[in-house]
Design a protein around this ligand. Structure first.
Ligand code: NAP
Length: 343
């Protein structure tokens, strides 16, 4: 591999408002050379995720900002093409939550990587249903939401990487599940393929709160928040006494250059004795063994399904990322970077 080159995506400038092609740069750089105890990984899949928008801003957060002129970063699945010691051999497939994405090759000491095989679950699912978004859904819903049979669960961005898993775990737990999504095709899939009780196209329903109220005749016991703004305000109005709001994300605000909208009714948290708790997926890393075991069983039993939207080639990674904010992704948004020989 000496003198060989790879392509990677750099942050060219910080987006103001919605990210555009001008914020990204495709760079050609040498493939790094692994040292003793390190591996060289050829990426096969990479993920783009909404949280990366926050890292494009220069501000303090739970995770450091991306630097202008530097390669972006995120989760990926790849094949070990050279091993100079450590736990992984040439030909192994490995997955990491961070450290390898937005580039075709990377070097690692393997400490943050997990070996995967793609035999029963496709490799790219380790970036979605059985990866970071899946654990987000599992930890958020089960630990914060504490769903009980017969309760009503409302999920926004319900057909997405996180939302679809929340919906299905809530069904497994015996809940009535109502989801919102941004197209009729997404709503049809939620109703007909994964069997939630009602799906609302928030863009065409002509009054979000009334549409949710109609589908939740006994009120909302658990709201899994992915969107914010009008969705949160509607949910607060419809929550039952002692309801739980699982604050996972607010994607409607990530590109906002104005003061965010609402909610104007936060006071309802007091009178309704609501629990409203935010979280980061890494808060629930201690659940990872239970998560893998449960997901493997549920997937094997056909109880968990998901959608993927795939773009090919590192040059399309910025487009994939932008899709998250226009809703052009249906399910997990992925970029395929090379042949998946485990498939
Ligand atoms: N707390 C954590 O640790 C954690 C971890 C992972 C993800 N998250 C959060 O979970 C949420 C979902 O993430 P994901 O990875 O599963 O993404 P996703 O749902 O697969 O993709 C994003 C979806 O958000 C919807 N959306 C985009 N802009 C919107 C807007 N202005 N109003 C309403 N909906 C909008 C679109 O779906 P529609 O077509 O339905 O509008 C889009 O497809 C995000 O808020 C993300 O930040 C949090």
């Amino acid at each position: 591999m000496a003198d060989a080159t790879q392509r990677e995506i750099h942050l060219k400038s910080r987006p103001e408002g919605a990210p555009g092609p001008e914020n990204f740069e495709l760079a050609t750089v040498p493939i790094p050379v692994p040292g003793d105890g390190q591996i060289l990984v050829r990426n096969v899949w990479m993920t783009v995720d909404p949280y990366m928008r926050g890292r494009m801003m220069d501000r303090e957060s739970y995770i450091p900002p991306f630097q202008v002129g530097q390669v972006l970063d995120g989760g990926s699945v790849g094949e070990v093409v050279e091993s100079r010691g450590g736990p992984f051999q040439k030909g192994d497939y490995v997955c990491g939550f961070a450290g390898g994405g937005w580039r075709e090759y990377y070097v690692s000491d393997g400490s943050m990587l997990q070996k995967i095989d793609g035999a029963t679950i496709p490799l790219q699912a380790y970036l979605g249903a059985v990866g970071m978004p899946g654990l987000t859904a599992y930890g958020g819903l089960l630990r914060i939401g504490e769903p009980k049979e017969g309760e009503t669960v409302l999920v926004s961005a319900a057909s997405g990487a996180v939302g679809a898993i929340v919906c299905q775990i809530a069904k497994i737990k015996g809940c009535r599940v109502v989801g919102t999504a941004g197209s009729d095709a997404k709503c049809a899939w939620l109703r007909d393929e994964i069997g939630i009780d009602a799906a609302i196209n928030y863009k065409t329903c002509g009054g979000l709160e009334a549409a949710i109220a109609k589908e939740c005749p006994k009120g909302v016991d658990i709201y899994f928040e992915n969107v914010g703004g009008e969705h949160l305000e509607a949910a607060l109005n419809l929550m039952n006494q002692h309801g739980r709001l699982i604050m996972c994300g607010m994607i409607s605000q990530y590109n906002s250059t104005d003061v965010p909208v609402g909610p104007t009714n936060l006071i309802l948290v007091v009178g309704k004795s609501l629990k409203m708790q935010g979280f980061i997926v890494t808060d629930h890393l201690d659940m990872i063994v239970d998560f893998f075991n449960d997901m493997a069983a549920w997937i094997g039993a056909g109880k968990i399904k998901w959608q993927e939207t795939v773009l090919d080639g590192i040059e399309n990674a910025p487009r994939a990322f932008m899709n998250l904010f226009s809703g052009e992704n249906f399910g997990k948004m992925l970029v395929r970077l090379g042949p998946d020989r485990a498939a």
